[in-house]
Design a protein around this ligand. Sequence first.
Ligand code: F6R
Length: 609
Amino acid sequence: MCGIIGKVGAGNVFPELINGLKNLEYRGYDSAGVAGVIDNKILRFRQEGRISNLETEIQKAKPESFIGIGHTRWATHGSPTKENAHPHMSNDGKFALVHNGIIENAEELKKSFLDGKIKLASQTDTEIVVQLMELFYNGDVISAISETCKALTGSFAFGILCEDTPNTLYAVGQSSPLLIVKSKTGHFIASDFCAVGEEAEAVYRLTDGEICALTENDIKFFNPSGKSIEKYPEKAEFSCSAFDKGEYDHFMLKEIFEQPKAVEDTIKSFLKENEIVFPNVKLYDNYIKEKLDKIIIVACGSAYHAGLSGKGILEKLCKIPCSVEIASEFRYGETFINENTLGIFISQSGETADTLAALRLAKKKGAKILSIVNVTGSAIAEESENVIYTKAGREIAVATTKAYSAQLVSLYALALYMGKIKGSIEEEKYKNLIKEFKILPEKIEKTIKTFTPEMEELANKIYKKKAIFFIGRLNDFATAAEGSLKMKEISYINSQSYPAGELKHGTISLIEDGTIVVAVAGKSKVFSKTASNVSEVQARGADVILITDESEKDCKVTAEFTVTVPETLKEFQNSLLVLPLQLLSYYTAKNLGCDIDRPKNLAKSVTVE
Ligand code: F6R
């Protein structure tokens, strides 16, 4: 996480750095800082908290520089104070540096190179890097960068200024995204296109350890040893329209309402005349039919919950055992995988460090790799031999909604695709599934429209609660877990999710008069089992919100509040059941006055482990 930007060009760069940082704020918002070169001296400005604090300082100070770097921080080493804010500077004041990523051997480097020699001004891993730059510098900045990077382990993207070369902006990228962008008004470095605006003409990506030196008129590239190399630009294709909230109060609500389109666009990208065709997937039929004997789905957070839903449908339609793993656990546990295993890696950002590391591990063990990713060209997509791109468009709110929905339908499609090849889905059933798949976006739209006012009203009743429980069985548990995560991450209400049958093995002791229990129970063979669990919590005083679908409308469960989403096939119902839960958490957080799009302690893209 953390976002970096830098620019060298005609005119004062500070306003552009601030604007760029605002668009990168989704990557972290603990503190922000910028530095430029003024009268051949590096000058920096840093503030705790949001970019707006830094902007106020810049508006007062009115600094002017045609070269500069900027940073928005998600704290990893050291608390979110001003002294830990980037840019960090070398003791002699010659270098200023911004960093996205994590230096894993920071403590060792401190001991072996800096102990006793240099007094550090912060608790960050980044400051150690800039002090090393000072130590290795002998008049050649590229060589100092190369020497410094050789000593580092971890992931990093750096933007660097050096007082001795005041017209040059330096950049390095290793396992953290860093774009070099040629625009009409100068040259940029940025963690993401969105920092740069729509004036980009060409873009280069820095891959493992490459170094770049940018001046107003020139861009030079070097390999990690500092040797000059050629790089070829990609065409810059992106849009900044996602940055407009339009008529909505928050990006999250806008993105909830964008779900029908996100799902429709995703489905259209692979459904061709009733057949699933994945343009970037090369899983051969004989591999699927004869070799594939195990699927592992690996992801974090909401993407992990999408994976839980995926397991249900993959096992059902393909008859292949499937396990779902949390990426940060998977990478350090025992892994029983081989070339007959299909590893599915799900990530909106395509940058999540643990998911990426898990993917590399599975690849090393010989598994076939398929990723489901929203951001084109992201590290996870680039390193996967097979990619399904979700077409959710840019997601700004930290809490995912539309990307999650697009992940769900991608998993359904994958199950249909492999089940068809394997012959494990009957022809008639396949036809029905495809027919229903096509109208899923309409049902999503209808559900969102119907339940927006209802969930707003329900949120008014529950927002003062201190705790909320979410329960469900099998597939419904996946939705309960996602509903619970949405609730806690944006409203800060302590919410927990449990497989419904598990509650009585301990957690039921927390149920008392007025406790809210959200029970997710779509049509399934375990509906009546969840219904019994609902009675058990009601008997202990709980108020139950039942999330079900039309096929169960005559059920005997009397909940305190019932939400009945439209009926769809069992295989797809998670796509509808999750929608009222997204809306409920949104309106609960709104009632509490929470910063919905930028919840505390979170960042949209988690590039540290
Ligand atoms: C929750 C949320 C996170 C992400 C998780 C993985 O609303 O967005 O839990 O799902 O951090 O991120 P990606 O999908 O980018 O790998």
